[in-house]
Ligand binder design. Structure first.
Ligand code: GUN
Ligand code: ZN
Length: 464
């Protein structure tokens, strides 16, 4: 008997998290198989188990990819980044509000051109794959075509991605502004064209309170109540000048979070980027209403925004995800992001053990985004998005590993010293989308993957 087409098996050291080690303890949370096999059928994980016994039971003809001695983990999940900021990253010398005006908004103006947005989407998705990131929550620009272009590229690769057209109707250049009505209408059009196509989801994306009028926040709230299951993404309490502006612009508000609460934007699957300077009341409100805080350490350091307080969030039951925030953030690597998170927390007198960090990058971020039943763990029924990591990828790693005795030590060194070079391969739905040995051949994924998904024509656009 030969195997079904679409079945494959991966043999490696398997690591996944069934629970949060910070909450449930390491013994209950960590699933580690020193010599394991992951069986994938039609893009879905069907079995995970011990290598020697599973190898004997595999159907004849099933391709067995041997990644030993590397680590296989669920693909990394990046819950906050900006598509139009791949050429803003590493811009010198400004805090948030000046950085937006000086670097970010001028660049975002270019994304009204679908060619620009398409090229950036291909670069971004290739770079995420090279870093082992298989899912992200992505801000496009105010231009509907920027989101169209991103969904088109992500759909071709059959990725699980969340993205939204930014809603922004004040405090930015005229070419970047929409209106409450157009922001509402275009988001709705995107929802009907793309939400639920393949593994794509549309997020309601008011950029942040300073760039939306009350009328626009009301429109975002109307979308939120019409689509109660949709993700929402925005920014909250990143920088002191931003917070002061919000207090002035919304004089009736108790605090910054209250502005979003007023418009029904605080709920499960609402992703609040940064949350650096929250009060206890705000943390409590976010936690009670099931929203998530997204910690963006490289961005918070780079823009001098401040230090996230993980212990305070945990104490009040506020879910925390961790993200790159490209391009306020300075690295596409989730390993580097975790390492910088460790350093931010060290400055707060807090700790981020490696198991907790890798949980955050996978199952934790999936839970923060409300996609934990789909991705984030190596378990039967979940989508087979995985990263293969080489903890000996570079000379400094190899040298450090000579003194490493435990898995926790290995993972910690990998997170602190590792980066894109540690990615041996990345798979989405069981299909290889990045291979270290073909890293020069960017764009591997679209060639391998299916043709573009059918999509509905938008206003003024002919069907493709
Ligand atoms: N707040 C509003 N927009 C942005 C952005 O693009 N980057 C960051 N870091 N903060 C924001
Ligand atoms: Zn951001």
């Amino acid at each position: 008997m030969t195997s079904r087409p679409g079945t494959l098996a991966i043999r490696a050291r398997l690591l996944s998290f069934d629970a949060d080690p910070a909450v449930d303890g390491e013994a209950a949370a960590i699933r580690y198989v020193e010599d394991g096999i992951l069986v994938i059928r039609d893009g879905i994980i069907t079995e995970i188990g011990e290598g020697p016994s599973l190898a004997r039971r595999l159907e004849p003809g099933v391709p067995l990819i041997d990644h030993r001695p590397h680590l296989v983990m669920p693909g990394f999940i990046d819950p906050h980044l900006h598509l139009p900021q791949t050429q803003v990253i590493a811009s010198y010398g400004a805090e948030l509000m000046e950085w937006l005006a000086k670097y970010t908004f001028p660049e975002e103006l270019r994304y009204g051109d679908s060619g620009v947005a398409g090229e950036a989407s291909r670069f971004l998705l290739d770079t995420l794959a090279a870093n082992g990131t298989t899912t992200a929550a992505v801000y496009c620009t105010t231009h509907q075509v920027s989101a169209e272009a991103f969904f088109h590229e992500a759909g071709r690769r059959n990725l699980r991605m969340i993205a939204g057209k930014v809603m922004m109707d004040r405090n930015a250049p005229p070419g970047l502004l929409d209106t409450p009505q157009s922001g509402y209408d275009e988001t709705k059009e995107l929802i009907s064209a793309w939400h639920g196509h393949g593994r794509l989801e549309v997020a309601i994306t008011p950029r942040f309170a300073p760039t939306s009028t009350e009328a626009q926040l009301e429109a975002a709230g109307a979308l939120a109540s019409e689509f109660p299951d949709l993700p929402i993404q925005t920014h909250l309490s990143e920088n002191h000048a931003e917070i002061a502006y919000v207090a002035e612009a919304f004089p009736w508000s108790k605090d910054y979070t209250d502005v979003y609460e007023r418009y029904g934007l605080v709920r499960p699957r609402a992703l609040y980027g940064h949350c650096v300077h929250l009060s206890g009341r705000e943390r409590e409100a976010l936690a009670e209403q099931g929203a998530s805080a997204i910690f963006c350490p490289t961005s918070n350091l780079f823009l001098g925004s401040g230090l996230y307080d993980l212990a305070a969030s945990r104490a009040l039951g506020l879910k925390t995800g961790i993200a790159t925030d490209i391009g306020g953030g300075t690295s596409y690597s989730m390993l580097t992001t975790a390492a910088e998170g460790y350093k931010v927390l060290a400055l707060k007198g807090q700790k981020l053990p490696a198991f907790e960090a890798f949980h955050m990058l996978t199952a934790g971020n999936a839970a923060a985004m409300g996609i934990e039943t789909r991705v984030g763990r190596l378990a039967p029924g979940l989508e087979a998005d995985v990263v293969v990591l080489d903890s000996h990828a570079t000379a400094p790693l190899r040298r450090r590993m000579e003194r490493v005795e435990t898995l926790a030590e290995e993972l910690f060194a990998l997170m602190v010293l590792g980066d894109e070079r540690a990615t041996v391969a990345t798979y989405a739905m069981g299909r290889k989308i990045h291979d270290r040995y073909h890293a020069g051949q960017r764009g591997l994924a679209p060639k391998l993957d299916q043709p573009a998904m059918p999509r509905q024509p938008q206003g003024g656009e002919s069907a493709q």
